[in-house]
Write a protein that binds this ligand. Structure first.
Ligand code: ADP
Ligand code: MG
Length: 260
């Protein structure tokens, strides 16, 4: 065997072309089976390597994002949620709002798919090359409060300011005490104009004074969040309850049809 051919696996390793190194025989067989010319074969090999690199980047980005579960746009039943415009969601999935550091607020009662859409949009963002971090509001604030007592708040804030998209789930489920609300404000200020935020909340914007226990602070937070923002309000009943009702496990709720 020609020396260069013998050194092929080592050369591919050195060039970090791991897909080519690991699948060289089958890729070359396939290229010859398809009777590709040299240029076509090179393109075919490049495609294989890029596919592997994309796959690894997405897997890595997804694990860094710390999503609580897998939810995708493909699994989201738009017919079940008429107050969500599929065109708007598909447009948001392209990620331009992330590139420009805007905010996205998903509002609505429990069970209507806010977390599902937040995770699905986060996954889409990763596919498009954005770094993403997911956290619930409660655990985010707990991490910041702990860092504060350890004298490492600055470090943590910097860390939370890094991802291109920060997803904060379940804002408003629990009211934040004064220090927690102030820490959240510091985080929003830190990211303002730098990185996009996606927030889900069961509270309307008018109720944020209660969520943060302070209307001045709530106004300051909203001022930053709503400056360049997209707000999606989801109405309707819980998807899970609807499914149960459909399968006959529950009777129709008497208040069904009333606005929540
Ligand atoms: P929320 O965050 O608004 O309380 P979730 O996103 O957690 O609601 O939704 C509750 C459950 O119902 C999840 O398992 C979610 O995947 C599912 N779900 C909600 N809406 C839809 C939908 N339109 N299509 C498919 N699954 C949905
Ligand atoms: Mg949720």
């Amino acid at each position: 065997m020609n020396v260069a051919v013998q050194a092929l696996p080592a050369m591919l390793s050195r060039l970090k072309l791991t897909a080519l190194r690991d699948q060289l025989d089958s890729l070359l067989d396939e290229a010859s089976r398809q009777e590709l010319n040299l240029r076509e074969a090179l393109a075919f090999l490049c495609q294989a390597e890029i596919a592997r690199k994309d796959q690894r980047r997405i897997a890595m980005g997804t694990s860094i994002a710390k999503f609580p579960c897998v939810r995708t746009l493909q699994d989201f039943e738009f017919q079940a949620q008429p107050s969500v415009d599929p065109k708007q969601i598909r447009e948001l999935a392209l990620g331009r709002w992330i590139a420009s550091g805007d905010s996205l607020l998903l509002q609505g009662p429990p069970g209507v798919g806010k977390t599902h859409l937040a995770i699905a949009l986060g996954r889409e963002a990763i596919q498009r090359g954005y770094s993403v971090l997911f956290s619930t509001a409660v655990s985010l604030v707990a991490v910041l409060a702990k860092a504060q007592t350890e004298g490492r708040l600055e470090e943590r804030l910097t860390q939370y300011a890094k991802p291109k998209l920060l997803i904060v789930d379940e804002l408003g489920y629990l009211p934040l005490e004064k220090n927690a609300a102030h820490l959240f404000f510091q985080l929003v200020s830190r990211r303002y104009g730098r990185g996009a935020m996606l927030l889900t909340t069961n509270r309307s914007i008018e109720e944020w004074g209660e969520v943060f226990g302070d209307t001045v602070l709530a106004t300051a937070i909203l001022d930053r969040l709503l400056h360049h923002s997209h707000v999606i309000t989801i109405h309707g009943e819980s998807y899970r309850l609807r499914e149960k009702r459909r399968s006959g496990l529950m009777k129709k709720a008497p208040e069904e049809g009333k606005k929540q």
